[in-house]
Design a protein around this ligand. Sequence first.
Ligand code: FAD
Ligand code: SIN
Length: 523
Amino acid sequence: MMQADVVVIGSGIAGLSFALKAAKFGTVAIITKKSRPESSTNWAQGGIAAVFGEDDSPALHMEDTLVAGAGLCHPDAVDVLVREGPARVRDLMDLGVRFTREQGDLSLGLEGGHSRRRIVRADDLTGREIERALLAAAAETGNVRVYENHQAVDLLTATDPGTLGERCCGVLVLDTETGEMIPFLARAVMLATGGCGQVYRHTTNPSIATGDGVAMAYRAGAKVANMEFIQFHPTALYPARERTFLISEAVRGEGAVLRRRDGSTFMEDYHPLASLAPRDVVARAIDREMKRSGDPHVLLDCSAIPEHEIRERFPNILRETTERGMDMLREPLPVVPAAHYLCGGVLTDTHGRTSVPGLYAAGETACTGVHGANRLASNSLLEAVVFAHRASERLGPQLQVTRPLEPEAIQLPQGTDEPDDALLVHDREEIRNVMWDLVGIVRSDERLGEAEDRLRQISLHINGIWTDSRPTADLVELRNLIQSALLVVRCAMRRKESRGLNYNVDHPYRDNEHCLADTIVVR
Ligand code: FAD
Ligand code: SIN
């Protein structure tokens, strides 16, 4: 049994920035299922959106966020985001994050849906620079201890004698190197486990993004919201290798244009902002063009960007595409949409509190209400730091008056069989294919119904394996993947309209009369 004042699950931007601030108030254990930098954060390219430009204002940032969110953003959460954002970006700089500057000022990029230049960046490797600095700061903070290769399996709860309700008091953890199950007890738990892109066959997300936080919180009885709003990034490089490589929206921000394979442009047929239209519009337009033509991809023509600017602003994208035998300085890049970001998640208030006392959530696994039905580009790194900060400020004084609890009995998994890896891989691929084919960019009632039937079958199979087998890293992830996939389908079936990222051909219009609300599910 391990103990700390606070347990943080995840070592991306949300978990690390929260841990560094919570360490002022007590001891913090960060558990992370692989090595510490393995996170979506480490792959973020474009940057972090915040108001620094002279022609910009929080009101404009708010307006752009609300427009992208298609009527479902929580205005109070967006207001917090845009007002507190610049201070949190300065916190990152104080921690040693080196953002790109031009003549001393922050170099501000532009991305789809933003009416001003406000993307603060570190070349085209913003996430890697943020992760580097946060990990370095955590290593120097006495109160923070990081446990690598420790995978959270289930949240622990106990009856709070004060309220007689259930309170989260820790997490059951699998040491993936020894196979040992270890309860970590704490006065509070922060879920910062990132998204669930791995439920789809094609995704920009790294392999850790298996929806563990949402699935664990759901099993613990927390409210989960808006899982139908999965954002597809329009421009993942085609063909994908073992890992899909993203071509940042910032490339279109600097002038790159989408074209059909015959060279003609098409985005002006779909939106006045053409290639810089909001992401949902661009992804759907590409999907439509590909279906219409039968082409396996469209093209991203970067010829309008001067060569020196490509070399200067996008060194990582230039390197990676060159390594893959492409020449973006002279030829257009082949691109396709891929699952990218979870706008929904574990429902929180504007202080990171979930509906389960003692359980907090931040970053991509949380649904703060900021993104509504569609996230504005580069608002996610910002959301993670703003709400992690607010959670730490709220938690700090609480810690002193919160008694540690112990669960009455910890239910350890009882299975002893060795799970059959081939079956686990088969089920994982099956989930990803069902989700891609039936719950993708364009949905229908019939396809959702078929997806639900097939996922339920897979779920029965996985439950059987879970009962009989010793938990392994892959099995724990598979159990969470199927849970997350089912939640996406369940929320998509509940939303009988098309709004933001949820496009259903059987309900092609927005229905403000009946559907202007979050889709909330509880176990
Ligand atoms: P993550 O950074 O994903 O971290 C999750 C952590 O939780 C990891 O350490 C993981 O190992 C751990 N974890 C998960 N499950 C468990 C478990 N069961 N037990 C223990 N540990 C666990 N957003 C922007 O704002 N701007 C961008 O430019 C941008 N570019 C992007 C580019 C790419 C290729 C991708 C994939 C995303 C991009 N995003 C961008 C989105 C953004 O990067 C993520 O939303 C954000 O980094 C999520 O941070 P997080 O801390 O919530 O989760
Ligand atoms: C990108 O660089 O295009 C990703 C930005 C984001 O997902 O916010």
